[in-house]
Design a protein around this ligand. Structure first.
Ligand SMILES: *Cc1c(COP(=O)(O)O)cnc(C)c1O
Length: 400
């Protein structure tokens, strides 16, 4: 059995076209085995880019990971190889029915100069769930994480040694079944590519504006909005273009007749509301299947719950408690909070925490106060944990 330069393994036997089901994943098929990794390093390493010139997702590192799955043989030997184009059959399912998914995670340099990942087990778990939703072959999350750590260790020189900079990783899985039949893809490829990246909105905390959209929806009950599937994103580009033309940065996605708030762009949405007792409520919509379960979202909720007199979040008073809620939020609620609506912000791996300055809704703007102490505190604490400057719950994992 041989691996070609794309990590594709030539199948030994005629491949079956049966859809994937636990019964026909044969005993003899091989598992993804990180100990067999073939490392094929580039002979022409690229010059490192000037960090100040980095635009998100446009510069790629020297190497990529590739592995593929065939129904008769299972997972190929994983290969770490120079960054290069893929070779795919034009009939591959990924071009037709879009059984494609991805993850977004970042590697940071710790104070010891060693690379770290932020809660990477959550990304692997989510990737596995996404694969199940589109009936792709099953992923071994632990094996994949071992391989990703190896890739990061090899690409260490690509992590800029500057605060707020990191190496963005894009693990991707595509269906490669070479047949036009409308059926699950029992052939697949996983690859991981890396881009050095800086603070998402440039230096300083630029605020973002949102445009509330309800005539197009991003997700719906029973749909796929809760999974990181490629097919969720193309339908957002036209509404996003409309929002940009009206002068807003991102779409605030609403759902249903009550205009329930779901997410903003490809980020989870939070608000901070002042309570009668002087404490603060931190509110985000619940994971009802229409919301992507973000790693940053989960981290924000847990950090808000940990905020206390003994260990306050940076810049916040420990005597003012933060009450975290996962609760349905409508546009009417947002308007009703009035002066008590203190902050709104969006969270995700790329931006970490991005404060919102206004929300356009039915030709009116809801204006948010310019001070965003809660958003800033959460941003700074998460960044400190990611960069290994603040130890918290083993969230920062070294890549040995
Ligand atoms: C990726 C993504 C997020 C953020 O998830 P993180 O794990 O925090 O990066 C939020 N919403 C959508 C729609 C996403 O695709």
């Amino acid at each position: 059995m041989t691996a070609d330069t794309n990590g594709n393994r030539m199948a030994d036997a005629q491949s079956t076209t049966d859809p994937i089901s636990p019964q026909n994943i044969k005993e003899s098929t091989s598992h993804l085995d990180p100990s067999k990794l073939i490392i094929n390093l580039t002979k022409t390493p690229k010059p490192l880019p000037d960090p100040a010139q980095l635009a998100f997702g446009q510069t790629f590192s020297d190497h990529m990971l590739v592995m593929s799955y065939e129904p008769n043989s299972g997972w190929s030997t994983p290969v770490l190889q120079p960054y290069q184009p893929l070779q795919l059959d034009p009939a591959s399912s990924c071009f037709q029915y879009c059984p494609n998914l991805f993850e977004g995670m970042k590697a940071y340099l710790g104070p010891d100069g060693e690379p770290r990942l932020f809660r990477p087990n959550l990304n692997m778990k989510r990737m596995k769930t996404s694969a199940e939703r589109v009936a792709l072959p099953p992923i071994d999350a632990d094996a994949l994480l071992t391989l990703i750590k190896k890739l990061v260790a090899i690409e260490k020189r690509w992590i800029p040694r500057l605060p707020g900079y990191s190496l963005y990783l894009r693990p991707t899985m595509i269906g490669t079944r070479p047949s036009l039949g409308v059926a699950a893809s029992n052939h697949a490829m996983i690859y991981v590519i890396c881009c050095p990246t800086g603070p998402y909105f440039g230096a300083g905390t630029k605020k973002i504006s949102l445009y509330a959209v309800y005539d197009s929806v991003r997700s719906w009950p029973g749909g796929t909005g809760g999974y990181k599937l490629g097919l969720n994103y193309a339908p957002t580009f036209e509404p996003q273009r409309r929002a940009s033309q009206k002068g807003y940065n991102q779409v605030l996605w609403l759902l249903g007749e009550e205009h329930k708030i779901t997410e903003a762009g490809a980020m989870n949405f939070f608000i901070v509301v002042k309570r009668k007792d002087g404490d603060l409520d931190l509110i985000t919509p619940p994971l009802d299947g229409t919301i992507l379960p973000g790693v940053t979202r989960d981290s924000v909720l847990l950090l808000a719950k940990s905020h206390s007199r003994e260990m306050p979040l940076p810049g916040l008073s420990g005597s003012q408690r933060l009450h975290a809620h996962e609760r349905t939020l409508t546009m009417r609620d947002l308007q009703a909070f009035g002066e008590n609506l203190l902050e709104a912000f969006c969270v995700g791996t790329a931006a970490i925490v991005a404060p919102v300055d206004r929300i356009g809704y039915d030709d009116k703007d809801i204006i948010l106060p310019s001070n965003t102490p809660v958003a800033n505190a959460l941003h700074d604490r998460i960044e400190a944990i990611q960069e290994g400057r603040f130890e918290w719950e083993n969230w920062s994992v070294k890549c040995e």
